[in-house]
Ligand binder design. Structure first.
Ligand SMILES: [Fe+2]
Ligand SMILES: [Fe+2]
Length: 367
């Protein structure tokens, strides 16, 4: 394990991304000053087979594992590290086989404890950002485990942060200590080796540190903030802003990325932001868009070089009625149709009551 190296450009591909051609339809955020990084390699040369069922299995198992983590983390003797490492490998394998199906599932939130889906989503997004960039399996496996664990320090504060109101200054102070609390709670995990523990403690302790020095709890600056913590921190912010919480609504995915690019320029290495944007695409899998025909569609598959022309599944007709069965349309093959805007599927004024309810419910993970 060479996590100390990750602080100083072990991830060489991050410091000098390999050149690739710019997308033909660049996304609306500020133009990038460097070329887009290449998409992550697939596990084999053969075209990846879509496997939504297997993605569903991985996502569901990950949520169950995180529930077990949060149920047990406040008492000593929790044996879960090996399972977290295994889950990390499963997520990675699914991303390599079919990233689109798993990324689509990261649209979900869990209502009873937002940390369950949040932790899984951050792990999927972190691995999607880091894979294919020179990290070895051990490092990726620890990154995934660290992302699943990153908010364990919030476990004692769940009641506080679940209130439908802004935090008081005292509550905010307690929340800002959760990375340090999380480092302590690692001690309750019984199957943790010494080097694993120090690597995971770095990720948990630094995930809210920012290279600008504006983070917490210590206000560290680059290069003290490790690469792994930067990746988890960026994916954490993206996930949090693009998902609903009891005290605020969610932002649309592309608005979230724009906001991160615009407002947190100094907080994150812009190379990572660019990689995340590139690997999620402008309209990420599972998000909803309105077409120039007036129809509403769910993004089914993105095309790396053509971010504004994904394959979509039309679910609502222009008159607000249900498109049954849903119609699959590859916008690469439909030049006269284009996306007019991203939409929040939970707020659409569709005429069909059943469809409206289905769309509202679709954001929430229930099992
Ligand atoms: Fe956190
Ligand atoms: Fe978080």
């Amino acid at each position: 394990m060479r996590f100390s190296d990750l602080n100083k450009g072990k991830d060489r591909a991050f410091s000098s991304p390999a050149p690739a051609s710019e997308p033909k339809s660049p996304p609306p955020p500020e133009p990038a000053k460097e070329q887009a990084p290449p998409p992550p390699p697939k596990a084999s040369a053969a075209p990846a087979k879509r496997s939504p069922e297997s993605a569903l299995g991985v996502y569901s198992s990950a949520i169950k594992l995180v529930k077990r983590l949060y149920e047990g983390i406040q008492s000593p003797g929790l044996k879960i590290c090996a399972d977290l490492r295994l889950m990390s490998q499963e997520i990675l394998g699914q991303l390599e086989n079919d990233d689109q199906s798993l990324l689509a599932l990261t649209r979900h939130a869990t209502s009873e404890n937002y940390l369950h889906a949040h932790s899984v989503n951050v792990a999927v997004l972190s691995l999607q950002t880091a894979r294919g960039r020179g990290w070895d399996n051990e490092e990726l496996s620890l990154l995934g485990a660290g992302a699943l664990l990153h908010d364990i320090g919030m476990a004692p504060l769940l009641a506080t942060v679940s209130q439908p109101r802004a935090l008081t200054p005292q509550e905010r102070e307690a929340v800002n200590r959760h990375p340090l609390e999380g480092e302590k709670l690692l001690g309750n995990i019984s199957d943790l080796g010494a080097s694993e523990k120090s690597a995971l403690a770095l990720m948990i302790g630094q995930e809210h540190e920012r290279i600008s020095g504006r983070g917490y709890p210590k206000g560290l600056k680059e290069p003290a903030v490790t690469v792994v913590a930067q990746v988890i921190g960026l994916c954490d912010v993206y996930e949090a802003m693009s998902h609903p919480r009891s005290w605020r609504e969610a932002m649309l995915p592309h608005e979230t990325l724009k906001a991160i690019l615009r407002e947190q320029t100094r907080d994150f290495d812009q190379k990572f932001v660019r990689i995340l944007l590139d690997r999620l695409s402008l309209f990420p899998p599972g998000s909803y868009v309105e077409l120039s025909t007036g129809e509403v569609a769910r993004v089914a598959e993105t095309h790396a070089q053509f971010p504004t022309r994904p394959t979509v599944e039309i679910q609502a007709r222009a008159d607000g009625g249900t498109q049954a069965p849903p119609l699959l349309l590859n916008l690469m093959n439909a030049p006269i149709v284009h996306i007019t805007r991203a939409v929040d599927e939970t707020k659409l004024a569709v005429k069909d009551d059943a469809l409206r309810e289905k769309l509202r419910a679709s954001r929430w993970w229930t099992e």
